[in-house]
Write a protein that binds this ligand. Structure first.
Ligand code: CAO
Length: 445
């Protein structure tokens, strides 16, 4: 007879109140013994909570962002024999089994707290067979996929030859330092099969003067890994354009004055960022390749063209850079976008952005216009294919055919993945966005 088993967080040492960062299964999924049900992430490590039985997930008791500790129940799994589990998972399964009694069981301790982003990990143990059948939890598979690592090449150190996150991290370190064969990165740009990089220099800085060593923030650790992958794997080119925003800025200032005068408390302060988001949405519509992602393995890459318009913006916070996403910008007015950006930026500064706030982006805008600068090369935020950076607008003399006139010029820097977007298309996109910013009436045409 089948039984409902409560799967609890096992003994995880000194950790408590750890946030759930991933739910690896859904109700109705068939799981094997040791399959990860949820992933927790402390400031030092990530760890999977594995199922202690094989069966069918009947209930998930936690939500993303919940903070849980040893003994917290994460899910109810109906334990069934291996064959029966597969049968029961089919939609038209035999009549539902009688209600199963609930029994409790702690999952076995996870293989090991999996290495955090920059934790020091050992190199792969020598002698472990490469290319053995891969056994890894969904979260580890996702992690490997995001980094373009072929799991069949990663030596496993977990129980029952299970590949844990630490193995993937160690493998990448091995590749980067030349110790291990490179993974075939999906879409990766490698000449002759890999990056033949020198190991990271080891320097005793204290020999040269006083130093202070500080840990990187959690956000910096995670975003650093993403940035390094994107920098190495995406053949990106940056294209510059100047947008004449004299009239748009005058319009923005007059709107804000009107709002102030009317004393309407609900009046929002219109920002240049919201106009940029609108202009980019129209750019994505005119040049659909900008609203796409590469998908698949080397040689069999496909282009996924998106029919939705979610635009992310980089937000600077005391803990590092985060990238919240304004969803369905095509269905929102500039004022609505202003309000939403304000709410997301506040959440970002308060460290309260959830995974849903930061996922699903089609395109990113990185605005450092409030700070200064002239131009820069933003790093494409994979799996997106382009990102627009903007700096501070400044008055410049512009020749109008008869004389130099002062115009407010916004410097734009568009980085685009050359595998998808060639230089002509990138330049057309930039020119179009700049024309829109120069005269938003074009949006009506
Ligand atoms: N040119 C000139 N002035 C600009 C401008 C531009 N392109 N963009 C904004 N400003 C002005 C604003 O009008 C505002 O002026 P007032 O205070 O007089 O109204 C001031 O600069 C501050 O604006 P802001 O940057 O706080 O607000 P925003 O809506 O433009 O941007 C946000 C919001 C979240 C994008 C921004 O606060 C931020 O975090 N920017 C940094 C993003 C970043 O770090 N990118 C780099 C990523 S790659 O490492």
């Amino acid at each position: 007879m089948s039984q409902l088993i409560e799967i609890k967080v096992p003994d995880i040492g000194d950790y408590s109140d750890i946030p759930v960062i991933e739910i690896c299964v859904k109700v109705g999924d068939t799981v094997k013994l040791d399959d990860a049900l949820v992933t927790l992430e402390s400031d030092k490590a990530t760890m999977d909570v594995p199922s202690s039985v094989a069966g069918i997930v009947k209930e998930i008791r936690v939500a993303l962002g919940d903070r849980i500790s040893e003994g917290s129940v994460v899910a109810l799994v109906e334990e069934v024999g291996a064959g029966a589990a597969v049968e029961a998972a089919k939609p038209a399964a035999a009549p539902a089994p009688a209600p199963a009694p609930v029994v409790t069981a702690s999952a076995p301790a996870p293989a090991a707290p999996v290495a955090a982003a920059v934790a020091i990990v050992s190199p792969p143990a020598p002698g472990l067979a490469l290319g053995a059948a891969t056994h890894a939890s969904p979260s580890v598979r996702l992690f490997a996929r995001e980094l373009g690592v072929d799991l069949s090449k990663v030596p496993a150190t977990g129980p029952k030859q299970r590949i844990v996150k630490e193995d993937v991290t160690a493998f990448i370190k091995g590749v980067m330092s030349g110790r291990a064969a490179p993974a075939v990165a999906s879409g990766g740009a490698s000449l002759g099969g890999g990056l033949d990089l020198l190991p990271w220099p080891k320097v005793d800085f204290a020999k040269f003067g006083t130093v202070e060593v500080k840990p990187l923030s959690r956000i910096k650790k995670i975003s650093g890994q993403n940035l390094a992958r994107n920098w190495v794997m995406i053949p990106a080119v940056t294209y510059h354009e100047d947008a004449d925003i004299t009239d748009l800025e005058a319009f923005r200032v007059s709107l804000n004055k009107e709002n102030e005068k009317s004393g309407e408390k609900s009046g929002v302060k219109i920002t240049m960022l919201a106009f940029l988001i609108k202009a980019c949405e129209l750019g994505l519509k005119k040049f659909p390749e900008f609203n796409s992602s590469l998908d698949g393995e080397n040689g069999e890459m496909r282009l996924v063209l998106k029919k939705y318009f979610h635009i992310a913006f980089a937000a600077d916070t005391p803990n590092g850079l985060v990238v919240p996403v304004v969803k369905n910008v095509d269905q929102k007015s500039v004022s609505q976008i202003v309000v939403e950006c304000g709410e997301l930026a506040k959440k970002a500064r308060d460290g309260k952005l959830g995974p849903a706030d930061m996922s699903g982006a089609c395109f990113t805008i990185s605005s450092v216009g409030g700070i200064g600068g002239t131009y820069f090369s933003p790093i494409v935020n994979a799996p997106e294919v382009a990102i627009l950076g903007v700096n501070k607008s400044v008055m410049k003399p512009v020749w109008n055919g008869k004389e130099f006139v002062p115009r407010l010029i916004l410097p734009m820097s568009l980085s685009a993945d050359h595998r998808v977007i060639d230089g002509a298309m990138a330049t057309r996109f930039n020119v179009y966005v700049a024309q829109l910013l120069a005269d938003m009436r074009r949006a009506l045409i």
